[in-house]
Design a protein. Structure first.
Length: 265
């Protein structure tokens, strides 16, 4: 299967048209993905429900053939209130994210994506349990906070014990396609695959996606993106953290190619 991470309605439409099995809804992919707006999640849930009902995903899509789509993509929502690689959250930050979970539950989302660590880069079991309890029966993915944990095998054991059903990981490297990352992903899948689903992500492309299926993973994570550069502002002021002033947009063609690659047995 393929989970496509997106941070805009345009990207969500492209992912659905391309045949994504699941969509991870975020904001600010240039910051690694943050909690999305309620409006974006609401629009996407309505779209995937339209596909299940045999309707065009949007009124503007009435001639694109999307009413012929036969499956409903699952909608997974990122819960991460701020940028930063520490994933060590204050009480106020946790209160914010718990409220976000409550809001998105009412929209009928399929999964939450969350991760919290202690100040020593171990799993923050207390705060993860809070999110699990607030989510109720909605499945949970532990995100790439895992990739900065000091003891990966112990961390996965704790994540599984907390009843997270999926782990998103780049194998503790910048790219999941790194040789050492692939080795770690193999170990995680063989050791914990019966307890938790291991989902490689970061650097997963059309060229290497099948390799992860071949080592036993059942799902991969990718943005299937192209870069769109934004207009340059004449006075040179920057209103964000990105020097290049760009956004990522999911490319429908890349999604389709990725699905084709993953379907080859």
């Amino acid at each position: 299967m393929l989970e496509v991470c997106i941070d805009s309605l345009e990207s969500a439409i492209n992912a659905i048209h391309g045949g994504a099995d699941e969509i991870e809804v975020c904001s600010s992919l240039t910051e690694g993905g943050l909690t999305p707006s309620p409006g974006l999640v609401k629009e996407i849930v309505e779209m995937v429900n339209n596909t299940a009902a045999g309707k065009p995903i949007r009124k503007s899509c009435h001639d694109c053939g999307c009413d012929k789509l036969t499956k409903r993509a699952k909608v997974n929502v990122m819960i991460r209130c701020r940028t930063g690689s520490d994933f060590h959250y204050s009480e106020q930050e946790m209160d914010t994210m718990l409220s976000d979970v409550e809001v998105f539950k009412a929209y009928g989302v399929d999964r939450f994506v969350f991760g919290a660590l202690t100040d020593s880069q171990d799993i923050d079991e207390k705060n993860c349990e809070k999110i699990r309890n607030k989510a109720g029966g909605i499945p949970l993915t532990f995100h790439r906070a895992f990739d900065v944990c000091t003891d990966p095998l112990s961390a996965v054991d704790k994540i599984a014990a907390l009843r997270f059903s999926r782990l998103l990981t780049s194998g503790q490297k910048a790219s999941a396609n790194d040789i050492q990352a692939v080795q770690l992903i193999k170990v995680l899948n063989s050791t914990f695959g019966d307890k938790i689903e291991i989902m490689p992500g970061a650097g997963v492309t059309v060229e290497n996606a099948k390799n992860f299926i071949d080592i036993g993973c059942k799902i991969v994570h990718s943005s299937c993106k192209r870069i769109r550069y934004l207009p340059q502002i004449k006075n040179g002021l920057s209103m964000g953290t990105s020097d290049s002033e760009h956004v990522f947009v999911t490319d429908e063609t890349i999604v389709k190619k990725m699905k084709e690659v993953l379907s080859i047995s």
